[in-house]
Design a protein around this ligand. Structure first.
Ligand code: GLN
Length: 526
């Protein structure tokens, strides 16, 4: 079978959930096909690793150490695949490739141009991945909105692909917005028509249109979109606003998308949604509730903690307990009643000095009041600092990231990071194995002595302080294979006080919630 391609574009507005739509489309077809997702981003950064969470939301990290767009989280969770660095194609990477080719002399004699040279590089990259991975189906999501200057070259490249792969092997899906203006109370198709016109001006004629709307699209609006945009009426699909993103594949299935894709691409891969439906039922019919304080500095932007939110959803689907997140901004934390009515505390990852003293204070309260605590990366580092200061008596203990002149650098830069000057892609990144200590809480949650989690950090627990920390009762429940790095800690006298240098939220899946989150939620429920 020839490789099939689905190109997903977006129109009208950003933030309509193109990544979730692309992942859900893949989910519908994943029972029999090997699906590879590729995300094209128009920005000139090589990857989002150097971007502020306010700019970009969460930076997702892959096993191979790539820092990629957060949509890869949706792909991994909806498709059950482990994604790779090359599947996130940014314009920064594309221009890098073109420049290398030019310097090598590949274009000798030619003027290097956007078309065909840049578009060729994009297409070659996509075809190469399809070949290397033995893909049956490649889903290419183009970031941004049609009409943006940044994604023009990706649109042009994917338009040209129709000629290269044959029109029977490629379809174009456009996600738009169908508003219901206040007072008009009617679903409006005009933004969709205009967006599809923009797409058509670029030579792309969509085969399927997904209209994001707060209601199921009416027959009337579907007919109108079908007429004006020249798509089959059955190929106008509702992208319903939902409470849980995991409902989207079910909505698409209900709207008949799987059959349309089968027909248009001449494939057959019927969705098996039984387990998925069960999890959604559990998400909806939760009988218990807990409140967890999320103590970060990007709390206005929930997207920067997207994988943590999803990890809790995975726990809810298995434990039937809703996790209400109370976002606590720690930059100027003065209120000691902040943890009243809270069942657990999470201190997530982060960088820089702002907000750290507030987080340390919250950790102290959690420890002293025996409130379940889960620390993730920076969360582990701050828990060690708090313990060093208030239990080991090391006044002024800190991380050299936060206070370079601290008298007790209990958290210090990794030796291999000392020489690093470039910022992009140079942290300790990707999946690393850790060896867990039998008899610890962390071991009982993972049920294995060797585990692998993803990392993104430059600092570590300073080996010079290992002894004093453990003598005072902190247990290092997991270390790197060579024993040098502390990967997991716990305080065994407390109900649940666990932290890790890793980001276990990045590997949590609906079918297998991250063990530390699972254990934490259970502890909060008790
Ligand atoms: N800033 C810390 C470090 O670089 C923690 C990073 C993180 O939380 N991802 O080590």
């Amino acid at each position: 079978m020839a490789v099939k391609y689905i190109i997903v574009t977006g129109g009208v507005l950003s933030g309509l959930g193109k990544g979730i739509a692309a992942a859900s489309i893949g989910h519908l077809l994943s029972s029999r096909l090997k699906i590879i997702p590729i995300k094209c981003d128009g920005y000139l950064n090589v990857d989002p690793g150097t971007m502020n969470p306010f700019e970009h939301g969460e930076v997702f990290v892959l096993d191979d150490g790539a820092e990629v767009d957060m949509d890869f989280g949706h792909y991994e969770r909806f498709l059950g695949v482990t994604c790779k660095s090359s599947w996130n194609l940014t314009m920064g990477k594309v221009f890098d490739m073109v420049r290398k080719k030019e310097r090598r002399g590949d274009y000798l004699g030619k003027t290097v141009q956007y078309i065909p040279h840049v578009t060729d590089v994009i297409k070659e990259h996509i075809f190469k991945i399809a070949g290397e991975e033995g893909a049956d189906l490649v889903i290419v999501e183009i970031g941004g909105t049609v009409g943006d200057i940044e994604n023009e070259l990706f649109l042009e490249a994917t338009r040209q692909m129709k000629e290269d792969v044959g029109k029977e092997n490629i379809i174009y899906i456009h996600l738009t917005y169908v508003p219901i203006p206040y007072g008009v109370n009617e679903q409006k198709s005009k933004p969709t028509q205009q967006s599809v016109n923009l797409l058509k001006q670029r030579g792309i004629f969509p085969d399927v249109i997904i209209g994001r709307c707060s209601q199921f699209l009416t027959k009337k609006v579907k007919t109108k979109i079908s007429n004006f945009c020249d798509v089959d009426p059955q190929a106008v699909i509702t992208g319903l606003d939902v409470e849980d993103i995991y409902e989207i594949p079910l909505i698409f299935e209900k709207e008949g998308l799987a059959e349309i894709l089968h027909k248009k691409l001449n494939i057959y891969s019927p969705p098996d949604m039984r387990k998925w439906k069960q999890w959604i039922d559990n998400l909806r019919n939760r009988t218990k509730e807990i409140t967890v304080a999320m103590c970060g500095k990007y709390t206005e932007l929930v997207d920067s903690y997207a994988s943590i939110v999803e990890s809790f959803n995975h726990c809810t689907a298995h434990l039937g307990c809703k996790v209400n997140l109370k976002w606590v901004e720690t930059t100027d934390l003065k209120d000691t009643s902040i943890l009243d009515g809270v069942d657990g505390v999470v201190v997530p990852g982060g960088f820089g000095q702002r907000g750290t003293e507030g987080k340390i204070e919250v950790i102290r309260m959690a420890r002293e009041r025996n409130i379940p605590f889960l620390g993730l990366c920076l969360g582990l580092q701050l828990a060690v600092i708090e313990f060093a200061r208030n239990v080991c008596g090391l006044t002024g203990a800190n991380s050299t990231e936060i206070d370079p002149d601290t008298p007790h650098p209990v958290i210090d830069i990794l030796p291999e990071q000392k020489q690093v000057e470039e910022k992009g892609g140079t942290m300790r990144l990707g999946a690393y194995p850790a060896v867990l200590k039998k008899g610890t809480l962390v071991y009982s949650l993972y049920k294995s002595t060797e585990v692998s989690e993803r990392h993104r950090h430059r600092y570590e627990v300073n080996p010079e302080y290992h002894e004093i920390l453990t003598e005072n009762g902190m247990v290092f429940s997991g270390r790197s294979k060579d024993g040098r790095l502390v990967e997991f800690i716990e305080l065994p006298d407390l109900k649940f006080f666990v932290a890790t240098q890793a980001h276990p939220e990045l590997k949590s899946r609906m079918e297998a919630p991250a063990p530390l989150f699972y254990g934490f939620v259970k502890a909060c429920m008790d």
